[in-house]
Ligand binder design. Structure first.
Ligand code: ZN
Length: 201
């Protein structure tokens, strides 16, 4: 499966000058929502991710996604794994479990994002879940921006990676685009202004 081609075909790999959620700048941005607007593609990707997780023999009771980015990817992955599905969301900028969702002590949770950059939001979701007694046993994302080492890759974690070394990250592909610190960005130096695409059109 050629994940990059799937992103390109869906016009989900944008070229320009972007401010990422990690605050770094990049000339590429992945808009996973565009890939996931086709439920058949979403299922295809989720099935491939679920195959990796099963092959690693990791037992998952529940998939938890940090909203909004991870909502669709998490749901389709839970469907492929036959797992329960919940999501965390920000309340006054703090990640929390709401809407009557609960977890119990010993429940094995996988945190799923659409894209893992440094893993910051995923770690906030983990903290919210584990403060309620459940255990995060793995992370997953469709695309990996290359800061964190995914299962099956020989590339080590970069210093920016916030995910713990002792828990696996499952992802379908590394999108190893060049990223720049805001004060060291050649695009900024050429006079262009970075935009934050995120949920905007
Ligand atoms: Zn820049």
């Amino acid at each position: 499966m050629d994940i990059k081609q799937i992103y390109l075909d869906a016009d989900a790999m944008l070229e320009g000058h972007f401010k990422l959620s990690s605050l770094n700048h990049s000339s590429y941005y992945l808009q996973s929502a565009k890939v996931l607007e086709d439920p058949a593609t979403a299922k295809l990707l989720a099935d491939a991710l679920a195959d990796q997780i099963r092959a690693a023999e990791i037992e998952i009771d529940t998939v938890c996604a940090p909203a909004i980015g991870g909502l669709i990817a998490g749901f389709v992955l839970a469907q492929s794994l036959g797992a329960r599905y919940i999501f965390t969301e920000r309340v006054d900028s703090k990640m929390a479990l709401r809407r009557g969702f609960n977890v119990h002590r010993g429940e094995r949770i996988l945190i799923c994002e659409d894209i893992i950059t440094t893993g910051g939001s995923a770690m906030e979701a983990r903290a919210a879940i584990e403060s309620l007694g459940a255990t995060v046993v793995a992370f997953a994302s469709l695309a990996n921006r290359g800061f964190c080492s995914r299962e099956g890759s020989s590339k080590p974690d970069k210093i920016e990676c916030k995910l713990p070394e002792n828990l696996p990250l499952f992802a379908l592909a590394d999108f190893d685009f060049e990223m720049y610190a805001p004060d060291d960005c050649p695009l900024c130096k050429s006079g262009s202004i970075a935009v934050k695409p995120g949920s905007r059109g």
